[in-house]
Write a protein that binds this ligand. Sequence first.
Ligand code: NAP
Ligand code: G4F
Length: 330
Amino acid sequence: MSKRAIVTGVTGQDGSYLVELLLQKDYEVIGVTRRLSTPNMQRIQHLRDRIQLRSADLLDQASLLDLVADVRPHEVYNLAAMSFVPASWEQPLLTGEFNAQGVTRLFEAIRRVDTSIRVYQASSSEMFGKVRATPQTEETPFHPRSPYGVSKVFAHYMTVNYRESYDLFAVSGILFNHESPRRGLEFVTRKVTDGVARIKLGLGKRLSLGNLNACRDWGFAGDYVRAMWAMLQQDSPNDYVVATGVSSSVEELVQIAFGHVGLDWQDYVDTDPNLLRPAEVDHLIGDASKARAQLGWQPTVDFKGLITMMVDADLHRLQCEPLATDNEPV
Ligand code: NAP
Ligand code: G4F
């Protein structure tokens, strides 16, 4: 009998890669969407006839309860969130409603329907923030630096609490930044690769960025969803850091991206103080030894491979569709 999984955030970057993985593994997949005035299905268009879509919202307890009660899944992957850090300063309360209380609502729905359902919570390296140790592991204390980071710390501890209080198989995947050609255009990697492709094709002239010194441990989203799945297949629930163990600066990112198309970044990049954050996370680098040892997980794409893959995908997309403003579906 095939397993049944609910994926919240199915229209997002990670949702689309996770669904592909689950379908390869013969899962019946139920993707959760929320009502929008304009449908946002670009990333899962190629999967639409192989999954079911159900409407529910992290803000609405009844919708989550109905979802879990009707579907009776074996596994739930909670990827839905307000995921853009700068927006969390503009809407801190809404960020908390989605990312913190929204997770509590989902856990309440699950525990009321069936405590044997396994749950993955999408936690984040943003929880480490102003880092207390380098590299960061599952044991590193948190010091979040944005309402987003704070909301994810709340959800992380709710995951631990539902595990300890109700014996739920609930895991927190502490994932470092992961990117792909399906990354939203507002995140720095995709902003750069899209900007480089536009400049190369004569569709743009310059690129404005914020802090070029910030460093992140960047990996490929397609690799990271394998770790999510593996966490729910273990004998007991545990929390895991997922990272490449290599940290690069935003400046290195622009060097690689412009260099890939034969341009010198210094001729095209401006820095804009309006893009600096009220509090920055300066340097993240993860130690995924536990995931490597217990899940048998390892990344397959390095930083340069990731950025050149994204530049090539944006060049291709813009050559096919020069007026494109949104994400490339696949
Ligand atoms: P993403 O592309 O921004 O996708 C977010 C998803 O959440 C979208 O499908 C969005 O739906 C959905 N969503 C937002 N608010 C919702 C609500 N109130 N009810 C139901 N669905 C809602 O994010 P991602 O990069 O795939 O990340 C997936 C998860 O991993 C997020 O929780 C993120 O915080 C976390 N994470 C990401 C990274 C990373 O580097 N990518 C690292 C660590 C943790 P719409 O399409 O309707 O907006
Ligand atoms: O690409 P970013 O916006 O990602 P950030 O803030 O690290 O968050 C992402 O990764 C987290 C995991 O650690 C996720 F939890 C979260 O949901 C999201 O997916 O910014 C990366 C760095 C920052 O230090 C930022 O200050 O790039 C710097 N940056 C410099 N110029 C910029 C820009 N970021 C953006 N978005 N746009 C700029 O122009």
